[in-house]
Design a protein around this ligand. Structure first.
Ligand code: LR7
Ligand code: MN
Length: 430
C-alpha cells in the first residue's frame, strides 16, 4: 500500500479494490432533493484532462458521469491525455471507453502541456453547448448535473461550480463538503476556502439550497456556456502545467461582467492530495510564480504589489508576453480590481485602502517584524531583516481597538515605528 501510494499520492491500492461504479451517499440538503428543473436544459460536453492518472480513479470519474447524468443532457465525454507515460492509458483506454453507453473521445497532447492548454484542446474539439470540466479523480453524485445546467440556462454568463466533496486520499471514503464555505485567496495568491459571509447568507434569505456567489473557484470542477467561454477569452494559454488559472478565470469572470457561483445542490467528489505526484518541467516554483505573475499583471492593477511585496522572489521570474491578455481586458472593458474587492470580495485579506506597503524595521537594531514562520492568528516576533517578505501591517487613521491577541504585537509596532499609532495585522503568513 505504501509503495503504491507514491505513484499517484493517494491510496491506489484502496482505489483499486473499489468498484468503478460504486454507490455513493446522497449528501444533498433535503431541500435539493425535490427541486424541479426545466426539460430543455442545454447539453454538456464533459472535458477531463489527465497526466499519468491511475486507471481506477480516471475510469471511476468517467463511470460516475455516465451513471449519474441524464444521457439526454450529456453530449460526450472528452478525455485529454497530457502526454502521459503509462501504457494502460494508450490503447487499453481507447478500447475500454468504446464499450461505454455515452460517446467518449480520447485526444492526446503531442507534448506535456499542462492542464490549462490541455483543457483548451478538449474544449476546442468538444461540441456541447455547455462545457463541464472535471479533474481526473472525481465522482459525480445523484443530481449533480441538472442544477448546474439550470443556472446556465437562466443566464449564460453564469459560471457554476458544484460543492466539492472530499474523497479521502487514504481510505477513499466519501465525505460531504460544506455549503457554508466559498472560494477566496490569500496574499500569496493561493486559492483558499473561507466561510460564506453573513451578507451572502442574507442575500439568499438564509436558503442554503440557493447558489452562493463566490469570489473565486477552486479551478477543477465547473460548467460554462461554450459561447461565453469564448467571449471572455477561454484561458490564458501562456500559463504552464498547473496553477494560477483558477484565480485568473475567477477575476476575469467577475471583472468582465459575469457571475461565479457554487451551486449547493450539486455535489461532486474529488480526491484531495497532499503532494503532487507528477513533475513540473522547469521547476514547480518557477511555473507557479510565472502563472501567478501573469494573473497579477493582467488583472490586479496596483494590488499586484501586495503579492510582490509578500513574495519578493517572485519578481525575478519572467512571465512572458501578456499583451494579448491585456488587450482582451481592454476589449471587454473589464472593471478594475478595486471594483472586484469592493463589490465581490469585501471580506478579502487584501485591504482596499492602505497607506503604505512594506517592512517595519527598527533602524537602530536592523530588526524587523516577522511572522517567525508561525501560523495565522499566532503572534508575530522580531527578527533580523531579511527582505524576503513576511508580515505586513496596515495602519489606520482612527484609533481602532485591537483584540488582546494583537496587544503585544501592537506594543511592538509602537516601539519599532513611532509614527504608526495604531496598526492592524492583516495576515500573518504561514
Ligand atoms: O501537467 C499537468 N497536466 C494535466 O493534465 C498537470 C495536471 N494535469 C491534470 C491532472 O491529471 C488533473 O486531472 O489536471 C488535473 C488537475 O491537476 P491536480 O489534480 O494535480 O490539481 P489539484 O486538484 O491539486 O488542483 C486544483 O488547482 C489546479 C490549479 O491549476 C487546477 O485548477 C485543478 O483543477 C484544481 N482542482 C480542483 O479544483 C479540485 C478541488 C481542489 C481544491 C481546493
Ligand atoms: Mn485534482
Amino acid at each position: 500500500m505504501k509503495e503504491m501510494f507514491k505513484i499517484n499520492q493517494f491510496n491506489l491500492m484502496a482505489s483499486e479494490m473499489i468498484a468503478l461504479n460504486r454507490s455513493l451517499p446522497d449528501v444533498r440538503l433535503e431541500g435539493c432533493k425535490n427541486k424541479l428543473y426545466p426539460d430543455n436544459l442545454p447539453r454538456t460536453s464533459v472535458v477531463i484532462v489527465f497526466h499519468n492518472e491511475a486507471w481506477s480513479t480516471l475510469l471511476r470519474t468517467v463511470r460516475s458521469v455516465i451513471d449519474r447524468s441524464p444521457h439526454t443532457l450529456l453530449e460526450e465525454i472528452v478525455l485529454v491525455d497530457d502526454a502521459s507515460e503509462r501504457d494502460f492509458l494508450k490503447r487499453p483506454l481507447e478500447q475500454y471507453v468504446k464499450r461505454l453507453e455515452v460517446p467518449v473521445r480520447v485526444v492526446r497532447m503531442e507534448q506535456r502541456s499542462g492542464l490549462i492548454r490541455a483543457r483548451l484542446k478538449g474544449a476546442s474539439i468538444s461540441t456541447g453547448q455547455v462545457i463541464t470540466f472535471l479533474d481526473a479523480h472525481c465522482e459525480c453524485t445523484t443530481g449533480w448535473l441538472e442544477p448546474l445546467l439550470a443556472r446556465i440556462k437562466l443566464d449564460k454568463k453564469t459560471v457554476v461550480c458544484p460543492i466539492i466533496d472530499v474523497i479521502s486520499d487514504d481510505t477513499f471514503e466519501y465525505m460531504a463538503g460544506s455549503d457554508m464555505t466559498y472560494g477566496g485567496f490569500n496574499w500569496k495568491l493561493n486559492f483558499r476556502w473561507y466561510p460564506v459571509p453573513q451578507r451572502e447568507m442574507d442575500r439568499r434569505k438564509g436558503d442554503r439550497t440557493l447558489p452562493v456567489r463566490t469570489p473565486t473557484m477552486a479551478g477543477g470542477l465547473f460548467s460554462i456556456d461554450r459561447d461565453y467561454f469564448q467571449e471572455i477569452g477561454t484561458y490564458d494559454a501562456g500559463m504552464d502545467i498547473w496553477g494560477g488559472e483558477n484565480l485568473e478565470i475567477s477575476f476575469r469572470i467577475w471583472q468582465c461582467g459575469g457571475t461565479l457561483e457554487i451551486v449547493t445542490c450539486s455535489h461532486v467528489g474529488h480526491v484531495f492530495r497532499k503532494a503532487t505526484p507528477y513533475t513540473f518541467p522547469g521547476g514547480t516554483g518557477q511555473i507557479i510564480n510565472k502563472n501567478n505573475r501573469r494573473l497579477a499583471e493582467v488583472w490586479m492593477d496596483e494590488f499586484k504589489n501586495f503579492f510582490y511585496i509578500i513574495s519578493p522572489g517572485v519578481t525575478k521570474v519572467d512571465y512572458g508576453d501578456i499583451t494579448s491578455r491585456a488587450s482582451l481586458r481592454q476589449k471587454l472593458q473589464c472593471k478594475p480590481f478595486s471594483w472586484y474587492l469592493e463589490n465581490v470580495y469585501p471580506d478579502s485579506q487584501i485591504p482596499r485602502h492602505y497607506y503604505s506597503l512594506g517592512e517595519i524595521r527598527n533602524v537602530e537594531t536592523n530588526q524587523c517584524l516577522d511572522n517567525m514562520a508561525r501560523k495565522e492568528n499566532e503572534k508575530v516576533g522580531i527578527f533580523n531583516c531579511h527582505g524576503m517578505g513576511g508580515v505586513l501591517c496596515k495602519h489606520k487613521q482612527n484609533n481602532q481597538s485591537v483584540s488582546s491577541e494583537f496587544a503585544t504585537y501592537q506594543e511592538r509596532c509602537k516601539q519599532t515605528c513611532q509614527h504608526f499609532s495604531t496598526m492592524e495585522m492583516t495576515e500573518p503568513i504561514a
